[in-house]
Write a protein that binds this ligand. Structure first.
Ligand code: SF4
Length: 187
């Protein structure tokens, strides 16, 4: 599948990507489109992204957000993306429904912190980090759409490279992405 003639003409779309409470697996899937990346960069340029190491998001046509919201910094970054990106896509199960990190939602946060830092196997007398510079954890892990409006949802864990390619192809052509059953996977 090749990219269609773009309705936006010769101008490249500016795209930002970020991983919030995620594992970077969705970003790995983006890189897995392999040689199609060469075709992609004919049509887009990256703004803030782990691929560019740009730290602050600028005005963009599209934001791709991996991961849900587990702390206050996640919420801050997501709101910045919503303010700066014309369209916002939640990519992967964590962004869409909280995913694996949301498994802690049935436990009280103090108990989770205690187990992780103080009472888990092999731990003795550990301290729960409390540096004021650390982002405050949220009581629950939230999907993105509970905090900001999301334009597109790209499901999967991670979405396959073919699913990401199809979604990007649709978005670049200014169509809402449609994946179909065969392109949705949860490994
Ligand atoms: S959806 Fe899966 S691959 Fe993507 S960030 Fe979450 S756990 Fe990782």
């Amino acid at each position: 599948m090749t990219l269609p003639v773009m309705p936006h003409g010769p101008r490249k779309l500016r795209v930002a990507t970020v991983s919030l409470a995620g594992c970077f697996g969705c970003h790995m899937s983006l890189l897995d489109i392999d040689e199609r990346l060469f075709e992609l960069v004919e049509h887009i340029e990256f703004d803030r992204s782990p691929l560019t190491d740009i730290k602050a998001v600028g005005h963009c046509d599209l934001g791709l957000v991996e991961g849900g919201l587990c702390n206050a910094e996640n919420v801050h970054v997501l709101r910045e993306f919503r303010a700066k990106c014309r369209k916002l896509a939640a990519i992967g199960a964590c962004a869409i429904n909280g995913g694996l990190p949301a498994q802690r939602n049935h436990l009280r946060l103090p108990l989770v912190l205690q187990e992780v830092y103080q009472s888990g196997p092999g731990l003795a007398g550990g301290l729960i980090p409390n540096d004021p510079e650390l982002p405050l954890p949220l009581n629950k892990v939230h999907p993105l759409h509970e905090v900001v409006e999301i334009d597109y949802f790209i499901p999967g864990c991670p979405p396959s490279s073919d699913a990401i390619w199809k979604a990007l192809t649709d978005i670049l052509a200014e169509r809402a992405p449609t994946l179909g059953h065969r392109l949705i996977q949860y490994d």
